[in-house]
Design a protein around this ligand. Sequence first.
Ligand code: AMP
Ligand code: MG
Length: 416
Amino acid sequence: MIGVEEALSKVLAAARPKRPIRMPVADSLGLTLAEDITSDIDSPPHDKTLVDGYAVIADEVSGRDVELAVLEEVAAGAIPTIPVTRGTATRIMTGAPIPDGADAVVMIERTKLVEASADSPRVQISGGVVRSGQNIMTLGTSMRRGEVVLLAGTLIRPIEVGLFSEVGRAEIAVYPRPRVAVLATGNELVAPRDVPSAGQIRNSNGPMLGALVTSASAVAVDLGVGRDTQDELRGLIERGLREDVLVLSGGVSAGVLDLVPSVLAQLGVHEVFHKVNLKPGKPLWFGVLPSEDGDRLVFGLPGNPVSTLVCFELFVRPALDRLAGREVNLSRPLKARLTRDHQQRGDRPTYFPAAMSFVGHELVVQTVAWKGSADLRSLAEANCLAYFPPGDRLFAAGEVVNVHSFTRGFLLPPIR
Ligand code: AMP
Ligand code: MG
């Protein structure tokens, strides 16, 4: 049985970024930029004031009480028409161009308008040092025309959406969202809206996987529930193999109705590995269907909901990151101090649902009262998984363990 790191490296070796496409900026949030973005402007486009105030000659007003004639008012969007000379100032609003002759702006709060007459207003400026350049952002300080402002490979956040717009881009090249078919398998499953009869349970994995796929900026294609028969599974799996990735839940363990691996093999999907030394999640199956328009990746996740979640985070999410041109997050886990004893049992590396929080500056964690990999309810109290190496041992309150936050995938490598 292979370990988590080896399994992940096999998954990543099979996952290649999709071919970039052009799309409207408005649709690109969460995707990865596939081209360098160049500015078509100088920003700011002129020397501009950063405050509302008076444009002045700095050495005339610095450290003195002065009264100046007000030449004109310039709002953002307007252009000054009169140069500032000694004895004069221009009333200027944030963002407006600095008039010729002026080299500083005194904030409005430090001035007093004297309405000697409506046609010849004057302003008093008292005390305070005024440096040349004060409150002015000079032309091109932020960016120059022709300068590269974002590199291919950048994750598109709201900030990037703003920056595309500033440099005149309404369309950009991105790696498209991977499309992921989700198929829950099992004779015992009924839809969430139905009331289970004897022996039945609701399909929680299908909706959870759909949400996990969405959370990874990919498109979930829900194939519903497949019964454990060769024929039904074959039809649904064939449909799923049209997408970039097929994620199945259930049917990959050692039961008599665990038919998924054999149906996948019949349909030409090559097994890359089956079973990983991991708890929960050991029965994980992974394979590839070679195809001219991009190899299909197939994940058979064990049906227990917590196993499904752990396997998605450890293996499917990194694969989706790679397909979407995102950097795969392989940073180290966080370290947290146990606030309660935890008895670890078993011979497999274990990811145990836990709740972490800060006490002062220290990250602390406690494992939740988890009843095993079918216990989704207890998982709802958790916000991370605590990692415990194989072997029976009591981890005492006060010991420091590795934790993997739910918020942005699991962080590998996990061990040591
Ligand atoms: P399997 O991997 O098919 O052997 O399923 C393992 C366990 O997970 C069984 O107890 C199933 O009833 C349960 N299970 C399988 N699929 C789902 C699902 N979609 N939602 C909730 N539980 C499931
Ligand atoms: Mg099953």
